[in-house]
Design a protein. Structure first.
Lengths: 583, 371
């Protein structure tokens, strides 16, 4: 069937025809007035148009990308992200590569742990890491919290002994000479001079405004290590640098004025007993040599012993170490495994203990209940939409308002109304008892279970089924059914063979709407679902707002999203997505 | 002449100094306070912010009823780098969580808070209730059991928490909170475990199984609630004959709405509610919040709050000052969870223990409920 508006039937000079003509031309390309091939010139002008069109939709596109796609992508990324372990415990993670997985790790690992935890404690990161690992192994949260309290004691014994050896070790000045790079020292001197001048200028200011304007706000330049000590005393240098960073950023103080933490002396002891430090030939080489000779006779307190005996005996538990090791990589499948009732253990992937398997059940239940709600919406919505589309406009508009009315009522009000209706001492049970259908001592349980969720959600989602059905049915000409009847079909056959097939796009649209809304529903199941009528989304909400396990919530959400996409694909294959009319 | 110059310059320096001092103590005029809404927030408005604004007329206080989601929202704000709240009311376990996550500020209680009238420093006046370095306690509440007086077929009156399990003498539906905290402790207590051993028992696999086995006996006759208003509603409708909720809710059901319900003061789970200051506030905002907190948590103010709601003040020195209900005129002391007659047999909820076991036991509890 062709018509005047069909592009192929139109023979005038349209851009489409021009391109086609250019293609057909056998004797070289058709040229435009300026000598370029017509095809290229046309494509160029069309491109300009397309760019302009893109420019017009750009604000909306950017808006959607920034406010909708990006947050979703960020949330999904959380389901695999796990950098907290390797960032908070970098030394420990490295040492654990040598660990056999069964025994209590050796002294070196505990030394690494002490250094990592000291810095984490100063940055208040250790408790955060504790709560992260507590999702995997119960008890780590308090273990880390408690260990953090004892961390400033590690190395104290060496601090005392170094200071006893030479009081210079107590002076920040000594450490500056030993650790800081010359560039930094120069920069800092310059900064200090600037500061003094600024303060002098401020004191001389005559008005308050002027004084405030002159306030010196430049921070001290970031601390830098010198090359020699970095090579000669790697451990001490590494921990001293972090000490300086923390002092500068957290305490807004200067490392040039602060005595180092005890753990720095611990590191120095480690470096010197390991025979390092000989390469140092800087200003205080004498002091260092003296110390190197003395450390052999220092009283020794192994860090491992300190952790196991003073801090907490749980550090002897291989499960704690196994958990740290299992979650040490920056990305983890742990959250997805947990969403499927598995767990990542040091021994590999294992099934969750039976009394903790919950997500598989919840996913199944969410699917089953969403489908039930969808089918009950079809059963209830179809006759209503049919009635609406076949009544005179005046009556049907009135009825349509009745359908839409609950739509304009608060969701919470509707859900609470169902509570009043369905509870055991509620209206429906009272009526049934009064009629005599139900015995007074055996009232129906209609709420705080699956039945309650299905009833309330079917009611809430019904308009989403009725509206697309109505809009499709409205367009079905009544004379098709009349024609079928006049050709001898019974009313049922006419409905089944003529009317129903034409209403299928409405059913399709309604099903997609209801199902997708139902699968992510949260507030109604929470209020009327009791224990057997809750959805996976209730668990996601719990992990987002109560347990703060956002990784697991993100993994559950990703799975839910994937499920919806798979169902959508299947629907497209079976019913065909073109066969859907949203009105 | 010389003297004059000196005087003049000293004068300028002094003025500049004064301006500086004032500059450092500049306080923001606006303050966003987060609380729970409802009667509780109302009591805070009446006892704390209204008198405070009267003293500082240029301060405006905005309320946000988001305490239930405070932990998640503060974390999101922190990640976005934009803290819009100045003071947040949370329960103690959330305060510990926020402190662990570095989202709440650690405070020095003695420096920040007012002394008791007799000079006792704040940290002693609050005592053990300071369960975290970030937490400033405000009230003590308890989760306890209420029961209907007109239930059919009952013999006697419930006088212990174990009446929950006693279907023979007290038949009917129960309502309990849909979380493991509190319920597991009660289950063990009624299974014969001594109060002081409960957490040791609950730490073991067998102990947990034992608690769930005891809860199994209740499962068929129990509605599990999530909002504090559920149990009062269920009791008023006659849906349940016995149920747990916060004591303040039961008080308002009994005293304000005059329902035929009584309260059981046995093994009620003590819990705390109080303030935290979000980490990362600007100096101006912080100065205002500190000034407000010093006022709002002093002995008299905490006692004043109990005029509007039946939660006990967290300061020991406030207890003697508790007076009568602002509207009903009844004496409030006998309705406080801290009243000696009510706290004969209380249950102290172990925050640190639950911080460890919460994730694990919650998964078990939900799995148990779903079966």
């Amino acid at each position: 069937m062709t018509s005047a508006t069909d592009p192929d039937a139109y023979t005038g000079a349209t851009p489409d025809n021009a391109i086609r003509d250019a293609d057909r031309a056998e004797k070289g390309p058709v040229l435009a007035a300026d000598g370029t091939p017509l095809k290229a010139s046309l494509a160029r002008s069309l491109r300009v148009q397309k760019l302009r069109a893109l420019g017009l939709i750009a604000p909306l596109l950017i808006f959607i990308l920034v406010t909708f796609i990006a947050p979703i992508a960020d949330m999904l990324f959380r389901s695999v992200e796990n950098q907290i372990v390797s960032e908070t415990l970098p030394r420990t993670v490295q040492e654990l590569e040598r660990w056999d997985g069964e025994s209590v790790p050796d002294e070196e690992t505990f030394r690494a742990l002490a250094a990592d935890l000291m810095i984490a404690t100063e940055l208040k990161n250790h408790t955060r890491l504790g709560s992260r690992l507590n999702y995997e192994t119960t008890g780590i949260s308090s273990l880390f919290r408690q260990t953090g309290r004892d961390m400033d004691e590690v190395g104290e014994v060496y601090l005392d002994q170094f200071v006893e050896l030479d009081e210079a070790w107590e002076e920040p000045e000594t450490w500056m000479t030993l650790m800081a790079s010359d560039d930094w020292l120069t920069a800092r001197d310059q900064w200090a001079t600037d500061k003094e001048e600024a303060e002098a200028a401020q004191d001389a200011a005559t008005t308050a405004e002027e004084a405030i304007a002159l306030e010196f706000t430049t921070p001290e330049p970031d601390f830098q290590l010198n090359q020699i000590s970095q090579e000669a005393l790697p451990r001490t240098a590494s921990i001293y640098r972090q000490f300086a960073q923390v002092i500068q950023s957290e305490d807004e103080d200067s490392p040039a004025e602060e005595e180092p933490w005890a753990i720095v002396y611990q590191a120095l002891y480690e470096d010197l007993t390991a025979g390092r430090g000989e390469g140092y030939d800087g200003e205080i080489a004498g002091l260092l040599t003296e110390a190197r000779e003395a450390v052999g006779s220092f009283e020794e307190v192994p860090v491992r012993e300190f952790f196991l005996e003073e801090v907490d005996e749980d550090w002897a538990d291989p499960e704690v170490w196994g958990t740290i090791e299992a979650f040490s990589s920056p990305y983890t499948a742990g959250y997805f495994l947990a969403s499927a009732d598995f767990q990542l253990t040091p021994q590999g992937i294992e099934r969750q203990p039976e009394d903790q398997q919950i997500y598989g059940l919840l996913f199944q239940r969410t699917m089953f209940m969403s489908l039930t709600i969808m089918f009950s919406c079809i059963v209830l919505g179809y006759p209503i939409a049919f009635l609406l589309s076949n009544l005179p406009v005046r009556t049907s508009n009135l009825l349509l308002i009745l359908v839409l009315l609950p739509f304009w009522t608060s969701l919470l009000v509707r859900t609470s109304a169902w509570k009043v209706l369905l509870q055991q001492q509620g209206v429906i049970n009272d009526i049934l008892v009064w009629i005599g259908l139900v015995a007074d001592n055996n009232r129906l349980e209609l709420i705080n279970n699956q039945t309650g969720t299905i009833i309330a959600m079917t009611h809430i989602l019904l308009p989403f089924m009725i509206l697309p059905l109505y809009s499709v049915m409205k367009t079905i000409p009544p004379y098709y059914v009349r024609a079928a009847k006049s050709l001898g079909a019974t009313p049922f056959t006419a409905f089944r063979r003529v009317y129903f097939p034409q209403s299928v796009p409405g059913i399709g649209a309604g099903c997609i709407l209801v199902f997708i809304l139902a699968i992510g529903y949260y507030i109604t199941p929470e209020l009327v679902g009791g224990t057997t009528g809750t959805f996976i989304s209730n668990r996601i909400a719990y992990h987002i707002s109560s347990s703060l396990n956002w990784g697991l919530a993100a993994a559950l959400g990703s799975i839910l999203l994937a499920l919806v996409l798979v169902l959508y694909y299947l629907y497209d294959r079976i019913v065909g997505i073109d066969n859907v009319s949203l009105g | 002449m010389k003297l004059k110059t000196i005087l003049l310059s000293t004068g300028i320096a002094a003025t500049a100094g004064a301006v500086f001092a004032a500059g450092h103590e500049t306080m923001a005029d606006e303050m966003t306070v987060v609380s729970w809404g409802g009667a509780y927030q109302n009591s805070q408005q009446k006892a704390y912010t209204e008198p405070y604004v009267e003293m500082n007329p240029d301060v405006s206080v905005t309320w946000d009823e988001s305490s239930a989601e405070a932990v998640a929202k503060l974390r999101a704000m922190n990640e976005a780098g934009n803290i819009t709240w100045d003071l947040v009311d949370v329960v103690a376990s959330d305060a510990i969580r926020l402190c662990d996550e570095g989202l709440a500020m650690e405070v020095d209680h003695d420096e920040l808070l007012a002394e008791a009238p007799d000079g006792t420093p704040a940290s002693e006046d609050f005592g053990d209730l300071i369960v975290s370095d970030c937490f400033i306690p405000q009230i003590v509440y308890s989760t306890t059991v209420g029961y209907r007086n007109d239930a059919e077929g009952w013999t006697g009156e419930p006088d212990t928490i174990c009446a929950l399990w006693d279907q023979e003498n007290f038949p009917g539906q129960r309502s309990l909170e849909r979380r493991p905290i509190g319920n597991l402790e009660w289950a063990l207590l009624c299974d014969g475990v001594a109060k002081e051993d409960i957490y040791d028992v609950l730490e073991t696999e067998e102990g947990q199984d034992r608690a769930f086995a005891k809860l199994d006996e209740l499962k068929d006759n129990t509605i599990w609630w999530t909002a504090g208003a559920d149990t009062p509603q269920l009791l008023a409708d006659g849906e349940v004959v016995m149920g747990s909720t916060y004591n303040g809710r039961l008080f308002s059901l009994i005293a304000e709405q005059d329902q035929p319900v009584s309260m059981l003061w046995d093994a009620q789970v003590f819990d705390l509610d109080g303030w935290i200051i979000p980490a990362g506030l600007s100096d101006e905002k912080l100065a205002r919040v500190k000034d407000f907190l010093n006022f709002a948590t002093d002995t008299q103010r905490l006692a004043d709050q109990s005029k509007y709601i039946s939660y006990g003040p967290a300061r020991q020195s406030s207890a003697p000052l508790v007076s009568t209900h602002a509207e009903l005129g009844i004496e409030m002391a006998p309705h406080m969870p801290t009243d000696p007659a009510n706290s004969e047999n209380t249950f102290l909820y172990n925050y640190e223990w639950w911080a460890d076991y919460r994730d694990d036991l919650d998964a078990k509890f939900q799995a148990w409920l779903s079966q």
